[in-house]
Design a protein around this ligand. Sequence first.
Ligand code: GUN
Length: 295
Amino acid sequence: MDENKLIDGKKIASDLRAETAVKVEAFKKDFNKVPTLAVVLVGEDPASQVYVKTKTKMAKEIGMDVEDHFLDTSVAETDLLKLIDDLNKNDKVNGILVQLPLPSHIDSRAIIDSIDPIKDADGFHAVNVGRNSIGGELLNETFTPCTPLGCYLMLKKSVADLKGMHAVIIGRSNIVGKPMAQLLLEESCTVTIVHSKTRNIEELTRQADIVVAAVGRPLMVKKDWIKEGAIVIDVGINRVDHPENPGKTKLVGDVDFDEVLSVASAITPVPGGVGPMTIACLLKNTVDAAIRQQQ
Ligand code: GUN
């Protein structure tokens, strides 16, 4: 394998966590408080449980506090709103993360928009989404969603100047696709978002200098979708049956890594690419929130 082509998310995330740890120490010294993230998890979705556990472990490793609020799947929306209200008012809590997806009887938008925007570590509140969309100076007053921020920081490590590059984003979610497009527009990229209803998805993707795949379909992006020399960021984390070990599973991305490696100039692996960056960006957002709350 051509190691030079790998964008090492693990290493870039570890560097970002080290930078964030320095901010945590300074915050403790300056304000005699510990930056604190409240994590709200409803139900027992195994993938969500793993994400939440990893987020908690990493936060503690860099000296932050984490308050867990694990609730039964049947929790009433009013009870969840009451919890968020309490967290908003609690001066110890600097960042609030409500793990998605929420059960279908709960209005996720109502829950997200009940979070105080200055504690919105995920950057999902409508006010922060608006600020991210407007860009410019308002980027200093918002929080950028962690996965696209992680992808963006990895791209910045791989390319000196993103200006004028054509980025094709596969997927139009509020968590990844849309905020990713805004970040790249802010860098003066030409941005195309393709999705499940796009007619000529392969042809459009083949024109890209940068491909960000965020659809949740294992190994969808093949070699002939990618222009020679393109940079490929794979957001997909899909658990599939292991091809060689019956009864076992493995994680694969939305990109057929083994095929695409030969044409891409740089590519993120799965695991070890976007995943660690998402968590590092959550910790960064939480500490930035804590600092902003003191100003
Ligand atoms: N579910 C999948 N990704 C995310 C994320 O970045 N934040 C939250 N809160 N839930 C998610």
